[in-house]
Structure formats: structure tokens, C-alpha cells
Design a protein around this ligand. Structure first.
Ligand code: ZN
Length: 162
């Protein structure tokens, strides 16, 4: 597996297996087991709302229903860690895919994208896939080819808990 095997279907669908906006955290833990890490911040009910399996981060609403409201693939790791199909095992592969590699993978998959101005700032640029809402943010520092820092999707209007 390499990072583009993850990013391409994520761009097309906005989901990573059972991790999708509007699903519950338990839908993910049923398949992947307990999260490897949890955020230290907690919501109103005392539960963390950020969970990670290596480079895969899932954030939930801040209440007991734990509905997923964002999914992030952190690609700014020299070596990414990813949950494997075998429970309890992890896969590793290089991170920081280059701008050209990512766009070529999207193009080969027939996945349209557009420049995303709200996150195109000094030192970074961004693209967005309209079909899924997945946004890719690249660092443009050092004058070299931009490198992907993260790919993510998030709800704009959280569901109302309780
Ligand atoms: Zn909720």
C-alpha cells in the first residue's frame, strides 16, 4: 500500500472504510479496534473528541453520541502509520506525497478537483474535490514542489446532539 492508495478513494468518496461523516465512532472501532491515541481535550460529557489510528484522525461531536464530524489523513509524517486489515497490525509507508503525484492520481481516477482559495495562503496551497468535499493542503515552503500535509473532510454544520 502507498499513500495514494488511501488518498484517491478518500477523495472520491469522502470516507475511509467505515469512517465517514455522520457515522458513529463505534462504527470505526468495531472494524479497527480501539483507537491508538486519543486527544487530551474533552467535550461536555468528559469524553475525548479526537481519536487517531496512526496518521488517520477522526473527530467526533462533543457529546455521548460520538458522531463523526471530521476525518483527517495526516500526510506530513516522513513515515506514515496506518491500520492494516489484520487487527492490531499497522502498516507503514512514506508520507509527504508531492503535488504532481497527488494530482496525477486524481486525474488517473477521473476525479475532478478545483483550486481552493480559502486555504491558499502564504506558504501553502489547497485543492478541493467538489464531489466529496475532501480538501488537500500542501506546503509550498522552500521553493520546491509543494508537498501534501493533509487531506481532510469536515461537516460545515454539526448535527445537534441530545
Ligand atoms: Zn452528537
Amino acid at each position: 500500500m502507498n499513500v495514494l492508495d488511501i488518498l484517491t478513494p478518500f477523495a472520491q468518496t469522502g470516507r475511509i472504510d467505515t469512517a465517514r461523516i455522520g457515522a458513529q465512532l463505534k462504527d470505526v472501532t468495531e472494524v479497527l479496534g480501539p483507537p491508538w491515541n486519543r486527544g487530551s481535550s474533552t467535550g461536555a460529557d468528559g469524553l475525548p473528541y479526537l481519536y487517531a489510528y496512526g496518521s488517520l484522525e477522526v473527530a467526533t461531536c462533543q457529546a455521548h453520541c460520538q458522531v463523526i464530524d471530521s476525518i483527517v489523513v495526516q500526510t506530513d509524517w516522513a513515515t506514515m502509520e496506518w491500520p492494516s486489515r489484520e487487527p492490531g497490525q499497522l502498516e507503514t509507508f512514506p508520507g509527504y506525497p508531492a503535488y504532481g503525484e497527488v494530482l496525477r492520481a486524481l486525474s488517473d481516477a477521473g476525479c475532478p478537483w478545483e483550486n481552493y482559495e480559502p486555504l491558499t495562503l502564504e506558504g501553502q496551497c489547497a485543492i478541493r474535490v467538489p464531489a466529496s468535499g475532501v480538501t488537500f493542503v500542501f506546503t509550498t515552503e522552500d521553493g520546491e514542489e509543494p508537498m501534501l500535509c493533509s487531506a481532510s473532510v469536515a461537516v460545515h454544520r454539526p448535527h445537534s446532539c441530545g
